[in-house]
Design a protein around this ligand. Sequence first.
Ligand code: ADP
Length: 506
Amino acid sequence: MERHKLLRRQIKKYLPANWEENEQLVHFIAAINESYTNYDQDQALSQHAFDIADQEYNEITQKLINEKELRDKSIETLLNSVSQLHEGENTDWISESNDLLNIAQYLNVQVSKRKEIEGQLKRAIRDARNASKAKSQFLSTMSHEIRSPLNVIIGMSHLLQLEDHLPEQVENLEILNIASQNLMLLINDILDYNKIESGKLELDLKPFSLTELITNIKKANSVNAQEKGNQLKLILDSDIPERLIGDGGRLGQIITNLVSNAIKFTNEGTIRMTVSVKKQEGINHLISIRVKDSGIGISKEKQQTIFEQFTQASSNITRQYGGTGLGLAISKRLLELMNSSIEIESEEGEGSTFSFDLWLKEGPSVGKAKFEESDKRDLSGSYILVVDDLEYNLVMIRKILGEWNVKMDLCYNGEEALQRVKEHSYDMVLMDMQMPVMDGKEATREIRKFNRKLPIIAFTALNDQASLDELYSAGMNGYLTKPFNPDEMYNKLRELLNRFDKAELE
Ligand code: ADP
């Protein structure tokens, strides 16, 4: 066995040359050699262990430094975000604090506060929605309630106008008539707006003549235009199909609104209505409608708001020109229902142009509607039963039908009507819907048990699809919407009487 270097040197220095002859000494030296070697090995081992520990220690330290940097950065970002959450508030204490626990606690408090605010907001939104619903409901109910007596005022003033009067009475009656018609327009606007807002307005799509519609609007507005020294011009494209399918009534309402606004806001100028076909794809026509005036114009800023409900370009507009600010809001929403949108081009003092494009399908051609307006209205020969629980409605209808020489009976509820129908041979029954004792639908169902041919026409304030479905399923044949205007009522009654005269009712 190789002896340790140090031992070799010591042997050489301290022992005689023949030391190996002494056996005991040889054993002793071997033992020392072993302990020297072991010592070296131990030392090497512990050095190695130490080297490894040192390396690990360095790695861990580096890791800790990195983590600390990351933590400091995270805390800084967190503090920034927290201070931004509370802009304006003194958040120095948070910035100074380096303690995550503190921040976490603070955030916990904030989260609970926010949750509480969120809850309050949710409740406020729910209350606001309920309030808005209640407001719409109230407006609808009141408008319906106001319409019934107003209907009578309009009917009566119409009848009074037919009689002979002193000149000043004629003027007063004219004013009464115009004011009540305006009030009716306003109430109808409120009802329309509410109906659109609550998604209850349905378009009534059927064939109509756009040319006739526009020509009539021009006629109806020409007196107003003249009174303000305005020229009302109509430019009609000859390519417009004779019949188009759409809601002619609602389209007329939109155009009338634009034309009457143009007249209202123009003095001694020109209002030009242009209707043209922009494009055609098969039976689909892109119809363009423009109403251009040379009136007061609307500033760019106001153009943003005039389509909102009850909004006018300026507060003195009401004083100077009247109006409610509902017309354009309704027109805009009606056009949205028709998949169109209204455009405006205007400069203050330079006039305004309102326009929209509408895709409409061509409808079946049926020739011109033949509604020759005879001067003398006459429905003599017809025998009608009128059923309504409101005395003033009956008085008015009696007067109006009397003017047209209708023979009639009047009664107050469905039960009486049932009895009358059994006893007389009427050409038609005009039946109110809501009545005490027996309402219109029930009376109709009863009548249908023994008389399936008698035309029964509902007097109804509601003409949405659901209400109409109900009255048809009760067995009624048609409806007249309340409140009615005597002109419309005459045309409708004549049409219905003719129709049922010819129809083979099963
Ligand atoms: P109303 O005419 O009942 O006030 P509208 O909704 O129809 O309500 O119109 C809203 C407002 O837009 C009007 O009050 C008016 O300020 C402005 N406006 C509408 N049409 C015209 C127009 N042709 N020229 C100038 N201003 C107009």
